[in-house]
Design a binder for this molecule. Structure first.
Ligand code: ATP
Length: 136
């Protein structure tokens, strides 16, 4: 069975949306294999977001991700990598479709970084790399 890394970002934890997001993952039929509340440090985020280093939103993104705890979840299921990204919706909450986590609940207006509530790995290679980073 395929596995992915889901993160509930600090905005989701602060807005008490952890339960709502877990509910959507479970309702879809995916399994929660492991879960932890993490205060991420700069080293972890630099490794996680290595592909974005140097982009204009990189530093605000890292600051945002350090602004509070993150819920890291190991999620398993058939085609869960693609499936969770469908549940999450487009990166930009304004254009994310209604029915998705970001479309229904995400905010971006007036913020340096899209506070789009969740992260999901985008490929089997990313999932393996990211699960190793967050679950060791
Ligand atoms: P994630 O990787 O978090 O699931 P994603 O794959 O939809 O999201 P990426 O392009 O990998 O998006 O960007 C990572 C994160 O960086 C986004 O989720 C968002 O928080 C932030 N981000 C991406 N692009 C922008 C942008 N143009 N302006 C502000 N923030 C951005």
């Amino acid at each position: 069975v395929e596995e992915t890394l889901v993160l509930i970002k600090p905005d989701g934890v602060a807005r008490s949306l952890t339960g709502e997001i877990l509910r959507r993952i479970e309702a879809k039929g995916y399994s929660l294999v492991d879960i932890r509340l993490v205060q991420a440090d700069r080293d972890l985020l630099a490794a996680h977001y290595a592909e974005h280093e140097g982009k204009p939103f990189y530093e605000p993104l890292v600051e945002f991700m350090m602004s509070g705890p993150v819920v890291a979840i190991r999620v398993a299921g058939d085609r869960v990598i693609e499936g969770f990204r469908s549940l999450a919706g487009a990166t930009d909450p304004t254009s994310a479709a209604p029915g998705t986590v970001r479309g229904d609940l995400g905010r971006d207006w007036g913020l340096a970084v899209q506070q789009n509530l969740v992260h999901g790995s985008d490929s089997p290679e990313s999932a393996a790399r990211e699960l190793a980073l967050w679950f060791g």
